[in-house]
Design a protein around this ligand. Sequence first.
Ligand code: MN
Length: 203
Amino acid sequence: MNHQFPSLPYTYDALEPYIDAKTMEVHYSKHHRTYFDKFITAITGTELENLSLEEIFASVSTLPAAIRNNGGGYYNHIVYWECMSPNAKSVPEGNLAQQIDQTFGGLEQFKDLFADTAMNTFGSGFVWLVATPTGELEIISTPNQDNPLMDIIATEGTPILALDVWEHAYYLSYQNKRPEYINAWWNVVDWQVVEDKYHQAVK
Ligand code: MN
């Protein structure tokens, strides 16, 4: 078994006032934990037990829904936690900044398009910034706990930024006001992490 429930990289109250401690506690210790536990139950004793998440996602369309939903929930939240920090670097630099300028016309234009995509994601899901192996960038919205590594999503790339738009991510502080949550979330997006993920994704 090569899966472990990851520790949260900061305390529950670290992202306040943008994301409140109670939301973080419930989101991490209940929602994320449940996806992880159900995923482990679903793969235990099967041939999937020793595969990586990437390998499982690459053929997830042929697997039971419990694996798609809970494996996605396990992975997606790891990326979401990693991309946030109480000491976030507020703007990207270097190759990633250049590529954002080239693709979207600038950081503000990128943030507007990313936020629009999040607003237009109906119901529950995630919004991703994905980098292809040649360094191109794409914004992708996926429903429920799907993600861009899954063979059901028509893209070849690695997620380098994740935004959870399930109501459980923001309801306690923002109720139904998803735009306010997205506005607040930019304050804790750590562009150093996104840059590092970009460099790892580009071969
Ligand atoms: Mn979530």
